[in-house]
Design a protein around this ligand. Structure first.
Ligand SMILES: Cc1cc2nc3c(=O)[nH]c(=O)nc-3n(C[C@H](O)[C@H](O)[C@H](O)COP(=O)(O)O)c2cc1C
Length: 375
């Protein structure tokens, strides 16, 4: 029990690993790697977030194969240089504070070979460095996007091994937790959704068939990790489109994931098609997380427009989710965990190097704590 009544600041144990609090930095692509290799940007970005004391920092979508990158700027765990830089990044983050370090491993499928968002975010042309993409079926992401190659038996096997190899490399690099990216319209989601999976073989059609490849990946990743290493998954619990993947299907999928050794789920939504109508209001995915938690009994993480400490506290305190992940709120305020600690009356998770910010060590300093106390 932490020294506070705040639910957000209670530790959580996942497969024997203690996570110091329930605040998670959501995975956020930085599109700033070179040939899959993390650069200086990543060290300052993740370093500053780890210094702010969240329970978990999830390193962005990290490709298991070169063609699985979303953009040319994605990190990858498929080359020696990529693995070396990633290992150094994990070592750096673990030396900074107590945050548990996770990595999200994934494959972009038909959403790969894209421009960085600030270059337009559309499909990259071959002359600009684009590459051929693959997917469950030869159905493009949106108008103007290339038609992906339908994955054959060779690729099914290759990709299963690529996911397992990436998980093993991440483990050797020292990450505490591995998360499989099964959300946002990337490859595993492309198999799950009937809108992108039109296959007529054992990998398409019924939900059982559409789950077959993602579950094969999950099993391979679980086997590649030591027994005591937590494994998470991120899913899009709905496509927000008629005829798409549904919360009921997500629950069936997650129940099998759980029985295969997945320890928690991060509940997101959308991303499969470009024109879905997503109701982006505060906490708009929390109800989906709560339902999944109720119906699967899995440890659950809520995400999406959670920005206020009291809002995050309420999600955990009410049992809607076991953790909350924040993305943009952490970009806006990398010390969000300190802000939450002040608001919720929990001890601020300072790294020792920053302890002199405390009011008793900085009399007269206008700190978050002293300003809050004076109000
Ligand atoms: C810059 C940026 C990059 C993102 N990259 C990823 C990613 O790599 N993997 C992922 O699953 N979601 C990614 N997301 C989605 C976030 O993890 C999160 O689910 C989303 O931003 C909603 O949470 P928020 O309202 O707290 O930002 C990204 C979001 C942003 C803003």
């Amino acid at each position: 029990m932490a020294d506070t009544t705040s639910h957000l600041f209670q530790p959580l144990t996942v497969r024997g690993l203690e996570i110091p609090n329930r605040i998670v930095v959501a995975p956020m692509c930085q599109y700033s790697a070179a040939e899959g290799v993390a650069q200086d940007w990543h060290f300052q970005h993740y370093g500053s977030l780890a210094a702010s004391g969240p329970g978990m920092v999830v390193v962005e979508a990290t490709a298991v194969a070169p063609e699985g990158r979303i953009t040319p700027g994605d990190i990858g765990l498929y080359s020696d240089a990529g693995v070396a830089a990633f290992s150094r990044l994990v070592r750096t983050l673990k030396a900074i504070g107590k945050s548990r370090i996770a990595v999200q491993i994934g494959h972009a499928g038909r959403k790969g070979s894209a421009q960085r968002p600030w270059q337009g975010g559309g499909a990259l042309r071959a002359e600009d460095g684009g590459w051929e993409t693959i997917s469950a079926s030869a159905v493009p992401f949106a108008a103007g996007w290339p038609v992906p190659h339908e994955i054959g038996p060779y690729d099914i096997d290759r990709l299963r091994h690529a996911f397992a190899a990436a998980a093993e490399r991440a483990d050797r690099a020292g990450v505490d937790i591995v998360e499989v990216h099964s959300a946002h319209g990337y490859l595993l989601h492309q198999f799950l959704s009937p809108l992108s999976n039109r296959r007529t073989d054992v990998y398409g059609g019924s939900l059982e068939n559409r789950m077959r490849f993602p579950l094969a990946v999950i099993r391979s990743v679980r086997r590649a990790l030591p027994n005591d290493k937590p494994l998470g998954i991120r899913i899009s619990a709905t496509d927000w489109v008629e005829g798409g993947f549904t919360p009921e299907e997500a629950i069936t999928y997650l129940a099998v994931c759980k029985s295969e050794g997945v320890d928690y789920v991060c509940v997101s939504s959308g991303g499969l098609v470009a024109d879905a109508k997503i109701p982006s209001t505060p906490g708009y995915q929390v109800e989906l997380a709560a339902r999944i938690r109720r119906e699967t009994g899995m440890l659950t993480r809520a995400v999406g427009l959670i920005t206020e400490p009291e809002q995050a506290e309420a999600v955990v305190a009410s049992g809607q989710a076991d953790m909350v992940a924040l993305g943009r709120a952490f970009l806006d305020d990398p010390r969000w965990a300190w802000r939450a600690a002040v608001a919720l009356g929990a001890p601020i998770p300072y790294p020792p190097q920053y302890e002199r910010v405390q009011p008793e060590l900085w009399p007269g300093g206008k700190t978050r704590q002293s300003v809050a106390a004076a109000e």
